[in-house]
Design a protein around this ligand. Sequence first.
Ligand SMILES: NC(=O)c1ccc[n+]([C@@H]2O[C@H](COP(=O)([O-])OP(=O)(O)OC[C@H]3O[C@@H](n4cnc5c(N)ncnc54)[C@H](O)[C@@H]3O)[C@@H](O)[C@H]2O)c1
Length: 326
Amino acid sequence: MAVLGAGAWGCALATVLDDAGVAVTLWEPDPGAASRLERTRTHSYLGVQIASSIDVTADLARAVRGRAMLVVATPSAFVRSTVTAAASHADSGAVIVCAAKGLEVGTHLTMDRVIAEAAPGFPVVLLSGPTFARELAHGLPAAAVAAARDNAPALATQKIFSGGRLRVYTTDDVIGVALGGAFKNVVAIAVGVSDGLGFGDNARAALITRGLNEMGRLAVRMGAHPLTISGLAGLGDLVLTCAGDLSRNRQVGLALARGEALGDVLLRLGQVAEGVSTARTGAELATNLGVAMPITTGVAAVLYDNKPPREAVAELLARDFRAERD
Ligand SMILES: NC(=O)c1ccc[n+]([C@@H]2O[C@H](COP(=O)([O-])OP(=O)(O)OC[C@H]3O[C@@H](n4cnc5c(N)ncnc54)[C@H](O)[C@@H]3O)[C@@H](O)[C@H]2O)c1
């Protein structure tokens, strides 16, 4: 197997596979970072050793050639370029498992669609769910879902990732899993803002629930099954990302509430917070489809139009009266 991307998530997934006895090559595009990782065997954010049995390389062709499965764990902004480059070296039957969560900026495409364009004909699986990399890397238990249109690649992904610490379910609802994983990060920014402003537990519960509602409306409009949004890749990941202090998207919201500038926050985090780009791309997608997503739109306005967070919350509360299911 090859894991493409040696950030927090790529290193954690490589560790899970290595512990299960799977031979893993971990690709890091930056040659300096790759040789540092190979030498030190540590990922400072995760706080774990990367086992010496995990082969680390900056050579993409060497990483993917002859592999049965390629796990893409780069930030979503690099999924297209990584998969395009990987596909030219990969075996035609290789399963591409995408572990990135987001929407492509500009095209508004979900990651499965991006991969289908970048590597036509390859089976694609989305692996998603409530899984903080650091907890998984430390051997704590978690559950996830493998989504694919055909059952065989989903089952293969389930089998290879399920072990001592991870329980993997399967589904054919690819769009539901893709949208749940993308939009929960946006709601987490909103919750971080609300918590940072001291708005309390009632407001947090309302944002999580209404966030789930707007994610669900968009997902169903795009063909998802409603139950997927209340599953691991929807509600499960939403609860984790909104409540867990390891969530970078929640941290972005908390920092914005303190009055920090977005650029400074992202620089300090030093790692991707997917909700930042998903807020704008998601708001554009919702507008194109005529689906009301007031929380997503509000987060985008705070992030990109300098709307004061308090004003965004006031606008949410002042919206026209409506029925809960609308
Ligand atoms: N961290 C988590 O707990 C977690 C859990 C589940 C899913 N995810 C998802 O996994 C994805 C990656 O997250 P992360 O936390 O590992 O991010 P990260 O910021 O730690 O990833 C950095 C890595 O991205 C790769 N990268 C950087 N520039 C690149 C380029 N130009 N081309 C290709 N690869 C490049 C490099 O390998 C780098 O080490 C995101 O979509 C995230 O939402 C993360």
